[in-house]
Design a protein around this ligand. Structure first.
Ligand SMILES: [Zn+2]
Length: 251
């Protein structure tokens, strides 16, 4: 709410400042809160204020709440340690993939199961199916297009992934035994990370990504991360784009 003023009967007349107009279930909630506010009276001296007590400063954004849900509701089990890392990727990527493999990414179906009230449980990227972890990383058209582009970049003739058990394992095409499976695993992880990033841009910033641009971003990001962390870098940017399997990270 941008600001509110009192009417002649000391009730509140809200002035809303929306980034995106409310609809569906959110609209019902808006009607309800309007009704509650219409009977609300300020205390003397106009000292009342609205605050969200989940956060220290009392402020509230959809992003901050989403992050909190992510941390508190979908946090990993105590004792279940994330040991699967690729040493030339940032830890946040490893942690993200580990959580995806454990079905602990805040997709809408999982949030709904945990009692979070949502407008829809459909995929925000394609709207063709429910948003499950498997859908967002494997069956969503955006993910399928991106994986195909990545396979082509690596000159892999493998079939598309069919389930989460096949994903993030670093298994390469048997026709390409020379490919370094650890490097390919890193690419799979970065690709999963970019798919989730695209999903969040769609949800929080209403930006529709495309797989071609996302592949470019993935190539830049992976090159930056891997070249910064690997000991022996012996590939140029142009080689990386043409044949990344030449990237000899182990010397
Ligand atoms: Zn989808």
């Amino acid at each position: 709410m941008d600001r509110c003023s009192r009417d002649q009967n000391c009730g509140i007349i809200p002035t809303w400042d929306w980034v995106r107009s409310p609809n569906g279930r959110t609209l019902d909630e808006l009607y309800n809160i309007n009704e509650l506010l219409s009977n609300f009276k300020f205390a003397d001296g106009n000292r009342d204020k609205w605050a969200c007590n989940l956060f220290e400063n009392g402020g509230f954004t959809v992003y901050s709440l989403s992050k909190l849900i992510d941390e508190k509701v979908l946090s990993p089990n105590i004792g279940a340690k994330c040991t699967d890392q690729v040493d030339f990727l940032p830890k946040k990527v490893g942690l993200f993939v580990w959580r995806a493999k454990q079905n602990r990414i805040p997709v809408r179906v999982e949030l709904d199961k945990r009692g979070i009230d949502l407008d829809s449980v459909r995929c925000p990227v394609c709207d063709n199916d429910l948003e499950t972890v498997e859908h967002i990383f494997i069956h969503c058209q955006f993910a399928k297009d991106l994986w195909l582009r990545v396979f082509r970049w690596w000159n892999l003739s493998r079939l598309p992934y069919e389930n989460m058990g096949e994903l993030f394992q670093g298994c390469v095409d048997s026709n390409h035994p020379e490919l370094r499976s650890k490097l390919w695993k890193a690419i799979e992880w970065v690709c999963g990370y970019m798919i989730w990033r695209n999903r969040n841009l769609t949800v929080f910033q209403e930006k529709k990504g495309n797989s071609s641009m996302t592949l470019n971003e993935l190539q830049i990001k992976a090159f930056e991360w891997i070249s910064r962390r690997s000991q022996k870098l012996n590939i140029s940017w142009s080689q990386w784009l043409l044949n990344p399997s030449l990237f000899d990270v182990y010397g």
